[in-house]
Write a protein that binds this ligand. Structure first.
Ligand code: URA
Length: 442
């Protein structure tokens, strides 16, 4: 299967199937044919297959799986349900990254301008957060004036001029995925590796990037809790990339602890700006540079030096232009929460670190995230970690701050952190590797 060889070009006579025969085929563990997949994905996107039938098929896929060929065809059918973008004329090699989502995962913010400062173009079409992991657009919307929605021509112009765009995905990009993802969300069918992999890859392939780096998170704060499951997802996505001729590399990275010290929209923007000024937490800097190196290799710029570029301030200059191009004021003060409460150690010992899921859930409860996609988020809400893992603490030493505009949410945040979320132990924590594995197709 090659990129751009979508079915829409030829517009063949479409075979028509019954949804029930496709559901029962997958229920009985048969491989679906390319024609069956094309038909059912397209017909659901057009409203010709009912949601309850697609939900039954999604459950059959969750239980019985799809092989690599079925998953690649499923991805192509979702791409073919909408438009594809082509930014091949912007004068720089195109490369993008996707993270499967983590707590404090603000890496896109320093990464996109850094990779642009090194000579590539980054067309990062992003989503909003749901649940305990934040969304990149929610973070950037904490910047006064910043606008997420751009037209295709605005994206093209910004890629040519600045080299980096982070904006909302367009409604016509893989619309079949939008409909199916909403259905999976309410039918317990999100956690299927072929469905997750095809959902993510259809959007990245439709966006027209020339190379893709995947940051597949592993641990309590991630979608995938174990290295095995994360490896399975990484392999499924790199295989789709290979089947579609898209050079794709996956890094499996630790998400047992939050990334950096800040979790929450405006707080994460502030921390990203520190990184762009050559400072910031060591784990955020290290992961930003590791992902940038992989992206630059895929973009055909292996000699670029992302660590030096970050330290030089050149990436910050691109950030300023990237934010201003979308109406934001990079110099404007970030919103500050009306209430800040400090959580302290309940005993003396060594602080082993904060659990990613507990901190992500606390930030979400404080108002940084949403439970339903129509909910608003608070720009200033979140958690700031004060103690470094490995620090000696006494009972009463401040460990973290809770930030919110709505103090009635504080008890829920405390509940999320109760138990073993903030470990104070007798022994220092084991050293943790940030990058756990690298997967490439083929
Ligand atoms: N993110 C996506 O875009 N799709 C999924 O299925 C899961 C996470």
């Amino acid at each position: 299967m090659s990129r751009g060889a979508g079915r829409a070009d030829a517009e063949p006579a479409r075979p028509s199937f019954g949804a029930v025969e496709i559901i029962t085929a997958k229920r009985d563990r048969h491989e679906l044919s390319r024609d069956q997949i094309d038909w059912v994905v397209g017909a659901h996107a057009r409203g010709e297959v009912a949601d309850e039938q697609m939900a039954a098929l999604a459950m059959a896929i969750l239980l019985n799986g799809m092989d690599a060929a079925e998953t690649a065809h499923w991805t192509q059918a979702m791409i073919d349900s909408g438009d594809t973008l082509d930014f091949g004329d912007v004068g720089r090699p195109l490369v993008d990254k996707h993270s499967t989502g983590g707590v404090g995962d603000k890496i896109t913010l320093p990464l996109a301008p850094l990779v642009a400062a090194c000579g590539a173009a980054v067309p990062q079409l992003s989503g909003r957060g749901l649940g305990h992991t934040g969304g990149t657009l929610d973070k950037l919307e904490a910047i006064p004036g910043w606008r997420a929605s751009l037209s295709t021509e605005e994206i093209r112009a910004q890629l040519a001029d600045v080299g980096a765009v982070v904006c909302a995905t367009t409604p016509t990009l893989a619309p079949a995925d939008k409909r199916l993802y909403a259905l999976r969300d309410v039918t317990g069918t999100v956690e299927s590796v072929p469905l997750i992999a095809s959902s993510i890859m259809s959007k990245k392939l439709a966006e027209g990037t020339g190379g893709l780096v995947l940051d597949v998170k592993v641990g309590s704060g991630a979608f995938m809790k174990t290295l095995d499951r994360a490896g399975e997802l990484a392999d499924a996505m790199t295989a789709i990339g290979a089947a579609h001729g898209l050079p794709t590399t996956a890094l499996l990275t630790d998400m047992s602890r939050p990334l950096g010290r800040c979790v929450g929209n405006g707080l994460e923007v502030g921390e990203s700006v520190e990184v762009l000024h050559g400072g910031g937490p060591a784990d955020v800097v290290a992961l930003t540079v590791a992902l940038a190196s992989e992206m630059l290799a895929l973009a055909g710029l292996p000699d670029a030096d992302p660590a030096a570029t970050l330290a030089s301030g050149a990436a910050y200059e691109v950030w300023e232009r990237m934010i201003a191009a979308q109406g934001g004021d990079p110099a404007a003060p970030l919103p500050v929460a009306r209430h800040v409460e400090t959580v302290t150690a309940d005993r003396s010992g060594v602080f082993s670190g904060a659990d990613a899921l507990a901190v992500g859930t606390a930030a979400w409860r404080l108002g940084a995230g949403r439970a339903r996609k129509e909910d608003p988020v608070q720009a200033a809400a979140g958690v700031r970690l004060l103690a470094e893992p490995g620090a000696e603490v006494r009972a009463g030493t401040p460990l973290l701050e809770l930030h919110t505009d709505t103090p009635e949410r504080l008890p829920e945040a405390h509940r999320a952190l109760a138990g073993h979320a903030l470990l104070v132990t007798a022994d220092p924590p084991a050293a943790r590797d940030l990058v756990l594995d690298v997967r490439r197709a083929g």
